[in-house]
Write a protein that binds this ligand. Structure first.
Ligand SMILES: O=C(O)CC[C@@H](O)C(=O)O
Ligand SMILES: [Zn+2]
Length: 459
């Protein structure tokens, strides 16, 4: 029997499809480098069906690509090698909520925004947030340890995960950590699965910690002529506030967003860079923010600025940052998602800036990111006249140089987007040979036949 027939015989009939549109659409994520070449798409409704798929894959030797909202930018959910896509989208129930534990148990296919709304309705807050929250799914967020715009205050997805139900690559079901806050009983496998990119097991359910509802946001956008001064601005605001976001973007990125979305630029005087700062709106916050802004102007770090006067204005200012990734997609960008310790950013930036200018003389580079977390998204835009292949091979060579630079500054080749296929060959810039060997050992332990997401993360 062929693989789709095997699956159809073992699962409810409407779980399996081989329709061309489905193979295409479920076989890709937001990268455009690898063509979709899935042989089937399976969409189970229950963890038992997930387990059956994994058992079949082991018995018959085919590969599965676990799949969420496919908003990833590193090729972690691409099926370009005859795999079966295992989509969790139908497992999208919020199973349980406990107000005493302030936690929620959800299936993997719950969309991030759905959980955010649910938490808000309960008077609480799910703080992992990013532009793709409307389509990304919790299982994928956990598998990639998604970050986003609130990491500076709330941490990454890992910091929310209190428990996981997974099906390992061997087909075993594991209940990891049981939703407990305290559980010192040896190796915590839950954390091994966070960020494992579907290579160890399929995340089916999660117990997630919710946060208290925050105050309304106060948002500032400040014009900063020199990149290094963005760090000075960060330090000044940090002294006065517990920040809930500190983002940065360059003027060329802002101009593209404004043009694509018919938005007015935030400041009458443009600056080379902008810092977007969010703090809690509370008594005296606006006055404090103005004082911090004036201090930064006096120091010559900031040339102009705006502060939100309403929730609507705060949301409008956020659009300038949040629309960047989607706007730049029109230029088929090559993405670098890198990090160094915040304290090392100034020194790193000087060298990274020089490297970009020297090695990409023909390409426009758009800088932006979660600079308060030491995380930058360097998007290299493809010149129209260059073929995709030429562009990619040039970018790959520069990524090696960037890797060397990151090694010198103790940084990471992937801060929050994961490794997938895109950064797999650069993993050694951040993880030692001994670590990579241990990763392979883990993979062999949980997925001895290599049926889960082969080729991703560690190859
Ligand atoms: O597209 C990118 O480079 C970054 C996407 C996302 O992580 C963001 O911060 O907007
Ligand atoms: Zn980001």
């Amino acid at each position: 029997m062929k693989i789709p027939e095997l699956l159809a015989a073992a699962l409810p009939q409407d779980c399996v499809t081989t329709e061309a549109w489905a193979l295409q659409s479920y076989g890709c994520d937001r990268t455009t480098i690898w063509p979709a070449q899935a042989v089937a798409v399976v969409r189970p409704r229950h963890i038992d069906e997930v387990q059956r798929c994994v058992q079949l894959a082991n018995e018959h030797g085919f590969a599965l690509v676990p799949s969420g909202g496919r908003t990833g930018l590193s090729g972690g959910a691409v099926a370009s090698n005859g795999e079966v896509v295992l989509s969790l989208e139908r497992m999208n129930r919020i199973v349980d909520f406990d107000p005493v534990d302030a936690s929620v148990r959800v299936e993997a296919g719950v969309v991030t925004a759905q959980l955010q709304d649910y938490a808000r309705d309960k008077g609480l807050y799910y703080p992992v947030d990013f532009a793709a929250a409307g389509s990304s799914q919790i299982g994928g967020n956990i598998a990639t340890n998604a970050g986003g715009i609130k990491v500076i205050r709330y941490g990454m997805t890992r910091d929310r995960v209190r428990g996981l139900s997974v099906v390992t690559g061997k087909g075993e079901r594991l209940e990891l950590n049981r939703g407990l806050l305290k559980n010192n009983t040896g190796y915590d496998f839950r954390h091994l699965f966070v960020g494992s990119e579907g290579t160890l097991g399929v995340i089916c359910e999660a117990n997630l910690a919710l946060a208290p509802a925050p105050a309304d946001p106060l948002v500032l956008v400040l014009g900063v002529p020199r990149f290094a001064d963005v760090l000075e601005v960060l330090a000044s605001f940090r002294q006065r506030f517990s920040l809930s976001a500190f983002e940065c973007f360059s003027d060329n990125g802002l101009r593209k967003v404004c043009a694509a979305h018919q938005l007015a630029p935030p400041l009458s005087t443009p600056a080379a860079y902008y810092a977007l700062i969010e703090v809690d709106e509370c008594d005296g916050a606006a006055e404090q923010a103005v004082a911090a802004f004036e201090y930064c102007v006096d120091q010559g770090w900031v040339s102009d600025g705006v502060i939100s006067q309403s929730l609507g204005q705060a949301a409008e200012l956020w659009k300038l940052r949040e629309y960047l990734s989607e706007t730049l997609a029109a230029w088929t960008p090559y993405k670098n998602d890198i990090s160094v310790a915040v304290s090392r950013l100034p020194a790193f930036l000087v060298e990274a800036d020089a490297l970009m200018a020297a090695r990409y003389p023909d390409c426009e580079v758009v800088w932006y990111g979660h600079i308060g977390d030491g995380n930058l998204h360097l998007n290299i835009l493809k010149p129209e006249r260059w073929s995709k292949d030429d562009f990619l091979s040039r970018c790959s060579a520069v990524t090696d140089e960037l890797g060397d630079l990151l090694v010198r500054h103790g940084g990471s080749i992937s801060a929050e987007h994961g490794v997938g296929l895109l950064k797999r060959d650069y993993l050694h810039y951040t993880r030692s040979p001994a670590e990579i060997e241990l990763m392979r050992g883990m993979k062999a332990l949980f997925d001895p036949r290599g049926v889960l997401n082969p080729g991703k993360l560690i190859g």
